[in-house]
Design a binder for this molecule. Structure first.
Ligand SMILES: Cc1ncc(COP(=O)(O)O)c(C=O)c1O
Length: 259
């Protein structure tokens, strides 16, 4: 299989999604309620969906009557230069889960967006009962709701989703400038997210990544997340062009220090 697709050849991402067909054949579609996927896998090390992957997942889910859920806890609210990654990839899921960006992380809040048909299914109960009775103690907490509304207003007023889209090439170039530094195996970016794979130390997977995270935080005021030896960066959407330069300069210093 070639990693480069041609007009007559299905895209690599579609091949990858076909794995779902194998699972359906193994377990029977009737036993699978939904497929949940991050359009850009964040916590596993910044893995953007390969070309054609989400579209093919959609096709397979439709064919077998399986719901497709996008976990957009990381990718939602402008992170990939669109309101949701679903828009960026041109694939409409049945449900979207979201959290972090809704309040810019300032106050805990999460939610689920659903297609009209799913919504309607919950709206068929008697008038005198709550539609979806799941009573969390802090459901729709006024503080969280106020933070959510204020954040949405700022996203709109300051055009932050568009800003993320505009900054994407500069952010990508700055990340790629770290290519060739000692121990750097791969760099991926999408929107305002970057993942940098560092070579693992022999017999100590995750140690170099952890050291990098600690050095970044204590010596350079840079907060990174690590997934094993992958460094993940996801700075605020208000980051300036010069701060992007500063950020990757500091990350470069960290990478050299843990070489
Ligand atoms: C992609 C993704 N999904 C889900 C979660 C969990 O979200 P919550 O803490 O809002 O349940 C996280 C938390 O980091 C996440 O990154």
């Amino acid at each position: 299989m070639s990693a480069v697709s041609t007009a007559s050849e299905p895209e690599w991402g579609a091949h990858l999604a076909d794995e779902l067909e194998r699972l359906v054949a193994l377990h029977d579609a009737a036993t699978i309620a939904a497929v949940i996927v991050e359009p850009m896998a964040g916590s596993t090390g910044v893995l953007p969906a390969p070309k054609g992957y989400l579209k093919r997942l959609r096709e397979i889910c439709d064919k077998h009557g399986i719901l497709l859920i996008f976990d957009e806890v990381i990718t939602g609210f402008g992170r990939l230069g669109h309101a949701f990654a679903a828009e960026r990839y041109g694939v409409v899921p049945d449900m979207i889960t979201f959290a972090k960006g809704i309040t810019s992380g300032a106050v805990p809040m999460g939610g689920v967006l659903v297609r009209a048909g799913i919504y309607d299914a919950f709206m068929q109960g008697p008038e005198h009962m709550p539609e979806l009775f799941h009573g969390y103690t802090y459901s729709a907490h006024p503080l969280a709701v106020a933070a959510g509304i204020a954040t949405l207003d700022l996203y709109r007023e300051e055009g932050l989703f568009e800003r993320a889209k505009k900054l994407e090439p500069l952010f990508a170039d700055a990340a790629m400038s770290l290519k060739g530094l000692p121990g750097v195996l791969d760099i991926r970016t999408v929107g305002i997210v970057a993942g940098i794979d560092l070579a693992s130390r022999p017999d100590a997977v995750g140690k170099r990544g952890y050291e990098a995270m600690e050095r970044g935080y204590h010596e350079h005021d840079v907060m990174m997340r690590t997934a094993g030896d992958t460094l993940a960066l996801s700075p605020p959407l208000i980051i300036s062009e010069s701060q992007i330069g500063e950020l990757f300069e500091k990350v470069g210093k960290v990478i050299k220090a843990v070489a």
